[in-house]
Design a protein. Structure first.
Lengths: 583, 230
């Protein structure tokens, strides 16, 4: 029998009557500690001070954040513990799948109206599952894939009821361990028995990871044909179509997804990016407008959609101006009656309206996002781009110079996407030399990430980047091979060469450090090696959480300092005891 | 911009249904609040019966609204269909709990006959909407008992049995074309069965469609509704 005694419960519901009625339903289950809030913001604040065991949240929470955005924010900020049960209360019975297109899924959906008995059954089921899957989910979240696979085997035999969830977790773990064929086998096995949407999606994704793009497209096409509301399927299909260069088809696909489910920030951003590739700046502008609109209360909103909107508008204006220059004064009546040439053009632009929109967008960036060097740099460039488009060249030049200065004085490295976007904007403004410098620097900083290099080479139209990075990548692979064979001397040699080639590359520096540390434990030149390690460590530019490399950096730094301390102590001890043989 | 009539209907239907559903919940909640001001034991049988009527009727309206909305979405390729492996016993238990108030008010028992390990592949939300309507009807016509059962051969068969007078023979004969059952004069809207039929249709597997059927003299000697998943 379910008992909610001592369970901390949060009810998030904008209808006071319904919130009270919910509390009334929980009472016979032994609930004594339930708190009621009527909007997402208050819920977030409540979670800041209390770690709740159960959260019951309505999906519709008034004009600001909805229940899904609340869940995302709570997970994103890690305000709820992993054992917390989150139940989403919906008005409709059929929203689950559309909403499943998001990263975080609640433990259960329950459709209004419902009674206490049903709620109790749902809670019980959710708690049972959460309990059974707790260790699995924890391992997955901590990216301990091997550990996860072990736990999954146990859970699968102890709880046959959760077999499907286990298989799904197993596929995730195998995928991350790059055991793609094993993962594929499981997913195909499930899909061969029944057409299950998530299994088909897994197959398509694994084929994509295996770079088998045609097969992947076939699977996603089947998925959306069989399940037309599977918006994930369209998202994936568009992604694969983009990779094989079919960006026109990709745009149609993502527009289908948006027709079915428009209110997703990420999806609008994807449309914007594809439309940009297709030089469809009107669609691009609209997509980023929608991204801003739907992302207004989302934890995932970023300066990117704001800057991309101003960029799209700048390009629209630039194109319209160029067109006018060819066709002459726009006020003059057309000489011939051929309207077909007119219909191909973009619709008439309302300059004043666009100017006001751009100004407002910059204001919003300032107001909404914390100050950062990278934001400052990008805003200056976007502003310059817009001023160039509207022919205010002098003001634009000033901003470009300021932006360059900001770049040179950066205290942290730019992230991948910002590097690409800065390079692109600079190129558009004719600053080719500086643009090259930016992207070459980024290429060195991230050369081991082949996806990034491919993206950068394509976006910045610099195919030579690929060659540049091949040598370093090869050396790095060699180093890893030696490292795995525990040949730390050769590993350190390889990594030291890579380090010399790309000193600003954080992952490479960390690889070098790791091999040096390993080497130092068995080498006679320990002190010397640890000194080198310290120097490499000190050369690493500032990184902070949530940079994915931060955890590794922190751990290696801790180890280095520990070993340094130990070796200093030993040295002192040795000097004090002359009986020790000299090293 | 062209304004499409169809889009207007789409928008209005979806927002109106939500609004009506909210109104229904508010009505129900308000009734609960009123009733809570009175001591339960002070309620006379007539008030209790009236309370039951309000609950039953509002859940019927709610269920009809859900079906309407789902049918509309189905026609417009907007109905999410997300089949998954579902534990049938748990599923039945939830259906029973959903109707518990009404079952108790009418003093009808609801039994479940399926092994606890049985699983079937279907869309839980959609089938739940189907069964809510069917079980609601069964409660209306049965004398004392309802039985939810499931058999698995090459198909999975979900059955709702009651001990009432059974379905009228015209209804049973309409198998496969329940849309003809829409009859203003008999008061049968046909919605429940048309909806069930449509939901069965989309539960297809390897080219075979799902189906529904009605019969009499079932396991409780009354009517039996059957939902077949291939």
């Amino acid at each position: 029998m379910l008992s909610l005694a001592n369970k901390k419960i949060l009810i998030v519901e904008d209808f006071a009557e319904f919130a009270r009625s919910l509390r009334g339903m929980l009472h016979p289950m032994g609930a004594t500690e339930s708190k009621i809030v009527n909007n997402a913001q208050d819920a977030i604040e409540a979670c800041n001070t209390t770690k709740f065991d159960i959260i019951l949240s309505d999906y519709n929470l008034g004009p600001k954040k909805d229940g899904q955005q609340l869940l995302e924010e709570l997970q994103h900020q890690q305000l709820i513990k992993s054992s917390c049960i989150f139940i989403m209360i919906t008005a409709e019975n059929t929203t689950s799948m559309v909403m499943a297109a998001v990263e975080y899924v609640p433990d259960s959906y329950i459709a209004k109206p419902f009674n206490g008995n049903l709620l109790q059954a749902r809670l019980q089921k959710a708690m049972e599952k959460k309990q059974a899957m707790l260790e699995v989910n924890r391992a997955l979240r901590n990216k301990q894939w091997v550990e996860a696979l072990k736990i999954i085997d146990t859970v699968k035999s102890e709880h046959p009821k959760f077999k499907m969830s286990c298989l799904r977790a197993q596929i995730t773990a195998l995928k991350n361990l790059k055991k793609l064929d094993d993962a594929l086998k499981i997913a195909e096995q499930i899909a061969s028995v029944r057409s299950i949407p998530w299994a088909l999606e897994s197959i398509g994704e694994i084929l994509y990871l295996k770079k088998d793009y045609q097969k992947s497209i076939a699977v996603f096409s089947r998925l959306v044909a069989e399940f037309p509301m599977s918006v994930d399927g369209y998202d994936w299909l568009a992604k694969v179509q983009c990779v094989i260069g079919e960006s026109q088809a990709a745009q149609k696909t993502i527009e289908e997804a948006i027709r079915r489910s428009p209110k997703v920030l990420q999806r609008q951003k994807v449309l914007g990016a594809i439309a940009e590739e297709n030089s469809d700046y009107q669609t691009m502008a609209q997509a980023y407008r929608d991204a801003i609109k739907y992302g207004q209360y989302s934890a995932f909103s970023s300066t990117e959609e704001y800057l991309q909107l101003t960029s799209a508008i700048s390009t629209q204006i630039k194109q319209a101006t160029a067109q006018q220059a060819i066709q002459g004064e726009p006020e003059q009546p057309q000489e011939d009656n051929d309207s077909s040439s007119k219909s191909e053009e973009q619709p008439e632009l309302d300059y004043n309206k666009l100017k006001a929109e751009v100004a407002r967008t910059f204001e919003n960036i300032d107001a909404k996002f914390p100050k950062s060097e990278s934001k400052q740099l990008q805003t200056k460039l976007a502003n310059a781009e817009f001023l160039f488009a509207t022919c205010e060249n002098d003001e634009a030049d000033v901003l470009v110079e300021q932006a360059k200065e900001t770049y040179i004085n950066l205290s942290q490295q730019l992230d991948q996407d910002t590097s690409i976007s800065v390079c692109k904007t600079l190129t558009q403004m004719g600053e080719n030399e500086f643009a090259d410098m930016v992207i070459n620097t980024a290429a060195k900083q991230y050369f081991e990430d082949s996806d990034f290099i491919v993206r950068a080479a394509k976006s910045c139209n610099k195919p030579e980047l690929l060659k540049l990075c091949k040598q370093a990548s090869r050396l790095n692979a060699l180093g890893i091979e030696y490292f795995e064979k525990k040949d730390f001397q050769n590993a350190a040699n390889a990594f030291s060469q890579v380090y010399a080639m790309a000193p600003g590359n954080i992952n490479m520096s960390l690889n070098y450090i790791q091999s040096l540390l390993k080497l130092s434990t068995s080498s006679e030149k320990r002190v010397e090696l640890l000194e080198t390690t310290r120097k490499v460590l000190e050369s690493i530019p500032q990184i902070v959480f949530p940079d994915p490399r931060f955890e590794r950096y922190k751990e290696l730094k801790r180890l280095t300092l520990l070993l340094l301390e130990k070796s200093n102590l030993n040295q002192v001890a040795r000097e004090e005891s002359p009986t020790e043989p000299d090293v | 911009m062209t304004t499409n009539n169809d889009n207007i209907f789409n928008l209005i239907l979806a927002s109106t249904v939500h609004d009506m559903k909210n109104s229904l919940s508010m009505l129900g909640e308000s009734l609960n609040v009123i009733l809570n001001t009175v001591e339960q034991q002070n309620l006379d049988d007539k008030t209790k019966a009236n309370y039951g009527v309000v609950q039953y009727e509002s859940s019927r309206v709610n269920n009809s609204l859900m079906q309407l909305l789902a049918l509309y979405k189905l026609e417009n390729e907007q109905l999410p269909f997300n089949p998954n492996y579902i534990n049938v016993h748990d599923f039945f238990e939830e259906q029973r709990l959903r109707q518990l108030h009404l079952l108790e008010a009418k003093n009808i028992s609801c039994e479940i006959d399926v092994d606890e390990s049985v699983e079937a592949v279907f869309d839980e939300c959609l089938l739940s909407t189907v069964l809510e309507n069917i079980i609601g009807n069964a409660i209306r016509y049965s004398k004392s008992k309802i039985l939810l059962s499931c058999t698995q051969t090459e198909t999975t068969n979900i059955l709702v049995n009651d001990d009432g007078p059974g379905y009228p023979s015209e209804m049973i004969e309409m198998a496969g074309s329940y849309i003809q059952g829409i009859n203003q004069s008999t008061g049968s809207t046909g919605l429940g069965l048309v909806f069930a039929q449509k939901i069965a249709d989309i539960h297809s597997h390897r080219g075979k469609l799902g189906s529904i059927s009605l019969s009499n003299n079932g396991r409780l000697n009354g009517g039996t509704f059957e939902f077949k998943i291939p």
